[in-house]
Design a protein around this ligand. Sequence first.
Ligand code: AMP
Ligand code: ZN
Length: 507
Amino acid sequence: MTEPAPLKLFNSLTRQLEPFRPVHEGEARVYSCGPTVYNYPHIGNMRAYVFADVLGRTLSYKGYKLTHVINITDVGHLTDDADAGEDKLEKAARSTAQSIWDISRHYTEAYWADIRALNIRQPAQWSIATEYVPQMIAFAKEIAARHCYELASGLYFDVTSVADYGRLARTVADEGEGRIDPVEGKRHPADFAIWRKTPPGETRQMEWDSPWGRGAPGWHLECSVMSGALLGFPFDIHTGGIDHREIHHPNEIAQNQAHCCAGGLDTAANSGANLWMHNNFLVERSGKMSKSSGEFLRLQLLIDRGYHPLAYRLMCLQAHYRSELEFSWEGLGAALTRLKRLVIGVQALKTRHAELVSASAPPSEAELPEEKWTLKRVQGDMDVRLVPVYERFDAAISDDLNTPLTLTALEEVVAMKKVDPAQKLAAISAIDAVLGLDLLNLTRADLRIRPRSATIIEPEIEATLARRKDARAARDFAASDALRDELAARGVEVMDGDPLGWEWTLG
Ligand code: AMP
Ligand code: ZN
């Protein structure tokens, strides 16, 4: 058995692959920018959390004690990532005549439901922005004298007051000089609000007193404050979608430098985190990802159409997180088929194992402690035939989370002949502890999700199919065809001879 591969991750700050070296021996501290809870998340947003989850699971698998924080932005995020527009939550509250607190609670719950459906592990902490406002004010007070200036509209961060501003985005400080800026009096177009005063004559549902007047914190300030408070600067990894590489994270970095580390960004730790990682976008050609487009691509829409949410997770894993991924229903259908094959393969192994050892079923992932899944422990007494495949899995995940290759290794394990099913199940369980497809627990029945439009129920389908089977046995093909047509009229496609043994599907 070779040594486990060293974990290498792509650092957006240096645009290079770097070995993971924890700040605190044996630990990994990760902060992920969370959702702005003014609407349902779309499946593109959820790609960011599938990525962060795979990263966290990989760090656990490598033996690090993981502390993962994801924040909930319930104040401060404007309709434009820079200083233009209005607060997304205030706007949603006004247009629906609801309390902002009700809105944020509703969409936070909806986001958490998607987190669960995608088998994303609970982070150590969900940090809610509005619960950290006093700390945000304290942070801003501390850096204000050296790094900020006040305008009628709020307190602004002077980006020329820190070294290497914009390094993450690869923009220089005077870029954007000519752009039309909505804020009058800013010294530099890239300067940004860290505290926004409520304009005279206006009322906000969410506002707080501060040394700069009544108002609300800037979005970038939240993440600096919560990440520093919960993980300590510098922590190991900060994640987000690739759009955050342009404005939000450079601004967080500037604040972090002002707060704790005056030096430039040749020393990554001065940015507040050693590694900044960004997932690329999920894109969709017809604009269905946009939340303003009426029916947009929510996870629930996929489920309503009969796709298991983990098929979407698998679809994400089929692409490298740094590649753009194009969504299509055909692609999702192919991912579902791939998931079905895996589930059927694992179920067959479980049955075979139960036959061989009439005693108990193999343990499910939930019964196995997280720390079990380090490479060394799994390797312990592994069948030699499994070892090279397992090592390929380890090499792939260690190579900047190459999940497409890990899926191939997983499928090789499932298909491998002449290896004890218990051994295979142990290897599958170890791989799936990183991929999170819940393969040891999912059943064929779980994957059969009823499209919302369907009017027929499963027992009816099964009963009709049983009658059709009898008709065929009696060589009454006219009756058999009539039953098939009857099912088709109600949206059930009968799948004779399906290679996966799937007898019917609801379309
Ligand atoms: P938001 O709720 O807009 O702050 O976004 C939540 C997360 O989703 C952030 O990390 C974004 O960068 C990320 N994100 C937004 N759109 C997409 C997309 N189409 N594909 C992948 N990630 C996205
Ligand atoms: Zn953030």
